[in-house]
Design a protein around this ligand. Structure first.
Ligand SMILES: O=C(O)CCC(=O)C(=O)O
Ligand SMILES: [Mn+2]
Length: 218
């Protein structure tokens, strides 16, 4: 309820050099996006990955795109096939690509062409500890993040793990883009509150669009 009341007061905001918050910009697409997410997870099921240290993520994940992010005992990496099914990851829906590129361009990254989209699903209590997205070679490209469903607190820090974090409330349809000088900034998600959203029930979904390789493959 408070989210609805606060809605009109929220506007685009620079979070750090190279990082921008674009509240509400995916609202008109969010229902369609959820339909497409359901199609993707029908062929690339959600799963709880293990960290290289053997702990399981509380967030359930899958991927679409030419490459998908994976984590297991042998480390973090991108692969073109889903190890659960042996198949290539499903394609990124065309509308998502256009949208992610448009959001990147709005943040000043006009050349962004995503290869991977990591799909995260958070249930109550699921969280993502402070980390850097650094398994990509193409660090000149930004990360484009879209939030759907239950609201969460995004923690956005700085270049060092102990840089103080900003707690940013992310609601359904919000986008954050970080690149350039903030591309390797630490970030995470606070434990999801037990809440409900008409679009997603008890869940929060997050899509992160990534360029993995320097532009030498599709
Ligand atoms: O769920 C989010 O808002 C952020 C997810 C994230 O940082 C990641 O998947 O690397
Ligand atoms: Mn991340």
């Amino acid at each position: 309820m408070m989210d609805d009341l606060l809605g009109p007061l929220r506007g685009p905001e620079t979070l750090a050099p190279g990082a921008i918050f674009l509240p509400g910009v995916a609202i008109s697409r969010q229902e369609r996006m959820m339909v497409e997410i359901r199609q993707i997870i029908a062929s690339a099921p959600l799963r709880r990955l293990s960290t290289p240290g053997g702990r399981r993520f509380s967030v359930e994940m899958t991927n679409c795109g030419n490459l998908g992010w994976l984590s297991d005992a042998s480390g973090y990496r991108y692969e073109s096939r889903d190890p659960v099914t042996g198949a290539l990851w499903p394609s990124i829906p065309g509308g998502w690509i256009t949208f992610a590129e448009e959001m990147a361009a709005r943040a000043g990254y006009a050349a962004f062409r995503p290869q991977a989209c990591l799909i995260n699903r958070y249930a109550a209590g699921a969280r993502m500890g402070l980390h850097q997205d650094r398994d990509e070679t193409a660090l000149n490209n930004p990360i484009v993040s879209v939030s759907l469903g239950v609201g969460a607190y995004f923690l956005f820090g700085g270049a060092k793990r102990d840089t103080p974090v900003r707690k940013l409330r992310l609601l359904s349809g919000d986008v954050v883009v970080w690149g350039g000088r903030s591309r390797l900034f630490y970030h995470g998600v606070a434990p999801l509150p037990a809440d409900e959203h008409p679009l997603t029930g008890v869940y929060r979904w997050n899509l992160t669009f990534r360029r993995v390789t320097v532009p030498d493959r599709p």
